[in-house]
Design a protein. Structure first.
Length: 283
């Protein structure tokens, strides 16, 4: 492929104008229009020649171009049919998939091949996309995603902090995560009203903690605990966990949800499952 330089702001504006388009707020479209930023993203993704890369929300293709220039084999997913046309017209050697990333058949898409996700994720769906891929698509082994700074902090938080929540436990169960950079609003078209961050997520060889409980059971307990995070676990998990379960897991029932790390959540869920056979939210 020739001429795969990332788009500048002027080029992006001209491309939109030529097609009679403008960014759609309903789809969370904020296009990165700074070549240095997309090259930085690719650098932080730590790619090697020939890596299979999936990009969700490819937009106008600026990051796509930088990924291709780095030698990646790119599958670009885009929900906006107008942008799909642009991507196919301007990047003919890229596999452009039209559709909603949350509804795709990922097994068919990846065909058994491990992949890296590198994406500027639409802010309105970033958290569920990351959670879904961790839960359901083990072939996605690494991610380098740009998300709202607040979301990035939640994905990578440590126990005992305000940002630590149910999604943090989910990420920690499947992977390790770290914020690896901040991105100013000025590099986007249009500029969002929030700051952005880059998060590197690397899937663990095996989930955290001993395999004593199915993930769905674990996350049922975690959601219940964080659903009333100001309450102690004794109260927020009433009807799910009994005093004997806390004792078996060596967990203080007077603690709050954000004080437990992922291994402690696994231990508590395991104690409940061993006693009750499963974890069911009270009706």
């Amino acid at each position: 492929m020739t001429d795969v330089a990332p788009l500048t702001r002027r080029e992006a504006n001209e491309l939109l104008k030529a097609r009679g388009l403008r960014p759609r707020q309903s789809l969370g479209q904020n296009f990165v229009v700074d070549p240095n930023t997309v090259r930085r993203i690719v650098r932080l993704a730590d790619l090697t020649e020939g890596d299979r890369v999936v990009e969700i929300g490819a937009g106008l293709g600026s990051l796509t171009r930088a990924l291709v220039a780095a030698g990646a084999r790119v599958t670009a997913i885009e929900i906006d049919e107008h942008l799909v046309e642009i991507l196919r017209d301007t990047l003919p050697d890229v596999d452009v998939v039209a559709g909603d990333a949350r509804r795709l058949d990922w097994d068919a898409l990846l065909e058994g091949e491990p992949a890296v996700l590198v994406a500027n994720l639409p802010y309105n769906v970033a958290t569920p996309i990351v959670a879904d891929l961790l839960d359901e698509v083990p072939l996605v082994q690494r991610m380098l995603v740009m998300v709202q700074a607040e979301v990035a902090d939640r994905l990578s938080a440590i126990p005992g902090t305000k940002a630590y929540g149910a999604v943090t436990v989910k990420v920690s169960y499947w992977a390790t995560a770290a914020v690896v950079g901040r991105v100013p609003a000025t590099v986007f078209l249009p500029p969002p009203k929030v700051e952005s961050s880059l998060v590197a997520i690397r899937r663990r060889p095996r989930p955290a903690g001993p395999p004593t409980v199915p993930p769905a059971e674990l996350f049922t307990l975690v959601r219940a605990g964080f659903g009333q995070r100001r309450k102690t676990l004794r109260r927020s998990l009433a009807g799910l966990a009994r005093p004997a379960d806390f004792a078996a897991a060596e967990i203080d029932p007077g603690a709050r949800a954000e004080q437990l790390d992922v291994d402690q959540w696994v231990a508590l869920a395991g104690a409940v499952v061993e006693r009750a056979g499963s974890i069911r939210t009270p009706s």
